[in-house]
Write a protein that binds this ligand. Structure first.
Ligand code: MF3
Ligand code: CO
Ligand code: CO
Length: 325
């Protein structure tokens, strides 16, 4: 608390030296802002925009393509493992082995205390499902009482998102997609289709001069036209030589709002779409996010880079397996 009592006489007009001080303060703040804009990353020569978004060099795209391709290839290769009776722990172990085999590093192991090479989110789990942990039950008596299956074994009709982030030569590749264990009904198939297509509506909006709001709007309007909802509690993110950087890439919004896209920006788009309401809740393990109404949720994620012409997708599936059906 600052003391209010002072021996200095009360002055109505500021003294000249106070005015000079203020001018100096404004000048310093302005210079600092300009400096920040010009800030050069010693490894990449990249700079930051006024919104704190890094603008990478043309030569940096190659590193992102290499990291993205590995993450996507791993997601291709685990597809045959996703069958009823398999466990999420087995799938994650296979992912860990593939990251190691490639001589790459998992970005998630050790990240904020997380212990696994993937997040595996089953049915009404929105994101950050923990592989190997008993799968949360959709049918629980009340919202406050969380029930889980006896283990992490997949059942016929389960849908799941597997999210993998790898580091290759310091560059991050972050991608996720949906998988289906056994047979699912038409409505569930439709959820997966709409979520997949919503990601690509967002990607189509990625071009210089467009805004981040336009990306969010493209996703939200498409999802809501299909009478589903977009999760607000989690968003995409800038990435590059770090996992999560500005900006927050919202999956809802209005055109002509938010930062303007510039060539050299790298970020993820990763819409989560619910059959029911958008609200989420995090379980007692402090990671697993579920839909509050326990409706089914789906997600797809790509890492992209803005180019002069539009957009490069770093995490395209080498085998063309991104969509599960
Ligand atoms: N891969 C996730 C994303 O898309 C982040 C997972 S962080 C973890 O941003 F710690 F949960 F793995
Ligand atoms: Co991400
Ligand atoms: Co991810």
């Amino acid at each position: 608390m600052t003391a209010l009592k002072s021996d200095a006489p009360f002055r109505y007009w500021p003294r000249p030296r106070d005015i000079l001080g203020l001018v100096d303060w404004i000048r310093t703040a302005y210079m600092h802002r300009e400096k920040r804009k010009m800030l050069v990353d010693d490894r990449t020569k990249s700079r930051l925009t006024r919104d704190g978004i890094r603008i990478f060099e043309t030569s940096d795209f190659a590193g992102m393509h290499a990291a993205g391709a590995l993450a996507a290839r791993i997601l291709d290769e685990i597809a045959p493992l996703v069958v009823p009776g398999a466990t999420t722990g087995q799938i994650d172990a296979a992912i860990t082995a593939k990251v190691d085999e490639a001589g790459a590093t998992s970005a998630t192991i050790g990240y904020k205390g997380y212990q696994h090479a993937s997040c595996i989110s089953v049915n009404h789990v929105v994101c950050h499902g923990i592989p190997g942990a008993p799968i949360p039950k959709m049918r629980t008596l009340s919202n406050s009482l969380e029930k889980r299956r006896v283990d992490d074994r997949l059942k016929n009709g389960d849908i799941l998102n597997v999210d993998v982030t790898v580091i290759v030569d310091g560059w991050y590749g972050d991608t996720s997609r949906m998988y289906i264990a056994g047979d699912i009904d038409r409505r569930t198939k439709n959820l997966i289709q709409v979520t997949h297509d919503a990601l690509f509506k967002g990607i189509e909006a990625v071009k210089p001069g467009n805004t981040f709001g336009a990306i969010g709007h493209a996703i939200q309007s498409f999802v809501e036209a299909n009478r589903m909802s977009v999760v607000r509690d989690f968003c995409g993110h800038g990435l590059g030589r770090v996992f999560h950087a500005p900006p927050n890439v919202l999956h809802y919004g209005k055109p002509k709002t938010g930062a303007i896209l510039e060539p050299g920006m790298f970020f993820t788009i990763e819409p989560m779409v619910n059959l029911g309401e958008a609200e989420t809740r995090v379980l007692a393990d402090d990671w697993t996010a579920v839909t509050r109404d326990r409706s089914l949720s789906a997600q797809f994620e790509h890492s992209v880079g803005v180019t002069e012409a539009g957009c490069d997708i770093f995490t395209l599936s080498p085998a063309g397996k991104f969509h599960p059906t």
